[in-house]
Design a protein around this ligand. Structure first.
Ligand SMILES: C[S@@+](CC[C@H](N)C(=O)[O-])C[C@H]1O[C@@H](n2cnc3c(N)ncnc32)[C@H](O)[C@@H]1O
Length: 255
């Protein structure tokens, strides 16, 4: 299954402008807000006894840096060069091994744990893209290594909240100046939801748009796809910072 009418974007080898455009990637963290989600992932890494962690779709590197600064050996992969540049600029001690690449083609790093935070799993729109990503992550894990990631619960229908909230957000971002973000949901063709973010820069009047399409999979669908790629689902948890909104899958690679 794949959505009608898109030619680029999430999961199609070319991430959205918000990740790839240098002017947008520069303030991704500012608009993303406090990362209350990451402590749970650090806790899970400790709980699972991981040492070597692979961060797939690392973006601007918030989790990768948190883990590396806590002593984990971290390899972080993302196809968006502009996001990786932001991540590298925050990594003063070069603690993370940053790799520009796609989830479907990962290095065999023998990771104890692979993670996908920030709902990266939604970027894989087609069944093939998702299966390839899961297979490649399996290949990057050691035998019995773990994969932990989150997805938004489709039943929560969060896109209705996004559509209802049309208020612009204006932030004065160091290095960019005041920037206005307007988000509009542009299509709901379940399981696909598309939206457009428009950014207007006060400094020079530039207007840059970023179009996104996400795929919402059911819990059963995710569990079946994991089993098909040789994982055993150990547990499905809540995200402590977003109760009732997310599934957090903890899966183990079967040898
Ligand atoms: C919502 S961001 C999350 C970033 C980061 N994990 C975080 O928690 O801040 C989604 C990320 O997925 C990345 N991405 C898009 N397509 C991808 C692909 N095919 N393989 C790996 N990452 C991809 C994007 O470049 C972007 O950095």
């Amino acid at each position: 299954m794949s959505p009608q009418g898109w030619t680029a974007g999430y999961g199609h080898g070319v991430p959205d402008a918000i990740f790839t455009h240098p002017r947008l990637a520069a303030f991704y963290d500012a608009f993303d807000g406090p990362r209350d989600d990451l402590a749970a992932y650090a806790g899970i890494a400790e709980e699972l006894g991981a040492h070597r962690v692979l961060d797939v779709g690392c973006g601007t590197g918030c989790l990768a840096l948190l883990l590396a600064r806590s002593g984990y050996a971290v390899v972080a992969v993302d196809p968006a060069t502009a996001s990786l540049e932001v991540a590298r600029s925050k990594d003063e001690s070069a603690a993370v091994n940053w790799i520009q690449g796609d989830a479907a083609q990962l290095p065999a790093v023998g990771a104890d744990l692979a993670v996908m935070t920030g709902n990266v799993a939604h970027v894989f729109l087609s069944d093939t893209d998702w299966a390839q990503a899961l297979a490649a992550i399996g290949g990057a894990l050691r035998p019995h290594g773990y994969l932990v990631f989150e997805t938004r619960r489709p039943g929560r229908r969060v896109w209705q909240d996004w559509a209802a909230d049309t208020r612009p957000v204006i932030l004065d971002v160091p290095g960019s100046g005041p920037v206005e973000q307007c988000r509009a949901v542009t299509a709901v063709n379940l399981p696909f939801v598309s939206f457009r973010c428009t950014y207007t820069f006060a400094a020079d009047g530039a207007v840059i748009t970023s179009d996104s399409t996400l795929r919402f999979r059911s819990r059963d669908e995710v569990e079946a796809s994991l089993a098909a790629q040789g994982y055993q689902v150990l547990e499905v948890r809540e995200a402590p910072d977003r109760p009732g909104q997310e599934f957090v899958f903890i899966a183990e690679r079967t040898p």
